[in-house]
Design a protein around this ligand. Sequence first.
Ligand SMILES: [Zn+2]
Ligand SMILES: [Zn+2]
Length: 771
Amino acid sequence: MSDYNPSVIEQKWQIKWEEARDFIVKDDFAKPKFYDLVMFPYPSGNLHMGHVRNYAIGDVIARYKTMKGFDVLHPIGWDAFGMPAENAAIKNNTHPEIWTDKCIVRMKEQLKRLGLSYDWTREVNTSKPDYYKWTQWMFILMYERGLAYKKEGAVNWCPKCETVLANEQVKDQKCWRCDSVVEEKKLKQWYFKITEYAERLLNDIEKLKGWPEPVKLMQKNWIGRSEGLEIDFEMYSVQCTVYSRKLKVFTTRPDTIFGVTYMVLAPEHPLVSELSKGTKQEEAVKKYQEKVQHESTHDRTIRASKEGVFTGGYAVNPANGEKIPIWTADYVLMGYGTGAVMAVPDHDERDFAFAKQNNLPIKSEPLDNNWFEEKDFVKKVINYKLRDWLISRQRYWGAPIPIIYCDKCGTVLVPKEDLPVKLPLDVEFTGKGGSPLKNSESFLKTKCPKCGGRATRETDTLDTFNCSSWYYFRYCDSHNDKQPFDIDKVKKWMPVDQYIGGIEHAILHLLYSRFFTKVLFDAGFSNIDEPFSNLLTQGMVVKDGAKMSKSKGNVVDPDYIVEKYGADTARLFILFASPPTRELEWSDAAVEGSYRFLARVYRLVNSVHGTARGKDNGVKKKVHQTIKGVTEDIETFSFNTAIAKLMELTNAFYESKDDVAALDLEQLVMMIAPFAPHLAQELWEKLGHDDFVVRQKWPDFDPKMIIENEMTIPIQINGKLRDTIVVSTGASKEEIESLAGKSEKVQSFISGRQIVKVIYIPGKMVNFVVK
Ligand SMILES: [Zn+2]
Ligand SMILES: [Zn+2]
């Protein structure tokens, strides 16, 4: 008997799987479908343990669902555009494409060594023209539907990445990628009108039954709906001139209006200069506006400044006719609501502090929920925190935005038949000084598609989150060169039944994907309006209490583990060490333990095979209990407890070696297959099969076999013994009577006759009285 040698076994089966094209899934409708998706990797050039965890979870599900009789779509690809490749290329004096392609070759090799059951024929690479052509097509779709526009505004600028960022990419005022403190700049940029979908994105969270609650809550808070009133306040200046214009204020607390003692406008509010003009406040207001104009939105939000200036103007409280001063202060933002607030120091801490500091009155008045009924100067409105998605980037390695500027015709879309707008290869880039595409004459200068005159191309590229917002649609039909995908194929495969990835995408990628899906749905390109039915967010892999990272020096290289123990051990350890949603603490000892378990299974099948008799009911019972338990555990992603049950079963087999039947061993091997597929396949062959274990039907358990403490109950018909049943001692009267009624023998006696009465004497007997 040879020893367990994973390096030989794993290579052998990886080659056979590939030769048999076993994981390639057809688009026929032969079986029910299951779309199992892992978030596709960024090709950094190195697989890390977080990847291994993500893909091991995905692979267990794919193999298990295949054995449960589903057509499983389990694809993989590359989220290949983006800054790291561009930066690495600059550093290594190469081209991002060459760099990226090299990284992909290397990572593909690593993935293949893990024995993951991907359908590689559907592989996508977002940086290739055959893919980004369709990313550009999506931009055109958005533009045509009035959802893409360019505007000047205050944007987040990362000084290190030398590009703008979307609001979703700024966390605690820092860049999501490099952690630099983000600055605010005024720039003209492209946006997608995701705000138009705010209400649907919010309401449809209800539909996401298979999503973790924290992710749903994060999306809810990010969208940030608030209901309130927009109230028109009359205004007049110091000289008592009444303005024809009204001051619009949004409030979620109209009931506090009798306590309003002053108003505050954002310093950028157009009324501030107007109101102060010609008053003795004019100078002070100007000074204040200059002082705060360079402050970032973030600083203004968190600093809780109590500083402000009287504008010289007054408003009239519409509820009680009182005259109240209008101030300006930087804590009020122009971007939210109307850029004006009514201050109620008695009900709001910040207003209170501001009033104290600036000697403004504080009034205690009762709340009134009805004063605004049927008033024509109030309007019910809904406000959202969500802002439009800034999608243009001043970097090279991304899909060019398919827009042309013509002096005569203005902004012109690139016609769909002219796609892709190819990324020019002759560009010098340094990572400094704005869009590198500006330096490519051949790219920049073009003809206007409308008038044929001289025109220039847009030189910004699309945020890479555009590429990943629709890739799961492309997997359904990844080689289509006529359309982004065929709608019938999308109808077969979408939505994704199980999506697996990191919690860091809770807002960014998942929100954008939901938005894209809804736009595709509205445009008639899809029949679903939510992309992901179930979402599993896996926990981090940590070592010595910290996230694995180069700077901390606690990285464990997957290659090293696979080399030393084999891919099956790496996968088994990761699945066994912790439930998938929790943090996983790396342990060398536990890796050893996983290896020893697999070796034990290997020896068991090799030594017992051929000698087994299968006499012991105890072993059989254990097998069936394990099938029940492992099935339930996999369905609820409790992979760690599933593996523990398989370990127990293996121990039980060792204890009664002579009584383990071939079928028992087969069932153990089948259940191990999703976790340690190479070993299971090798043992499946040892047990005399020449097909793939993943193509076997997942074992069923016999409910009669798993009853723990059982009793035998005689069944009588009209007082005569006809059959006996075995039930658990805890079974209820109803269960026992129903089970007795289902007995074949009983049914043959009572067929065609009427049951008058069923008598059950607890623990003793069931008697059917029939006539
Ligand atoms: Zn950055
Ligand atoms: Zn033109």
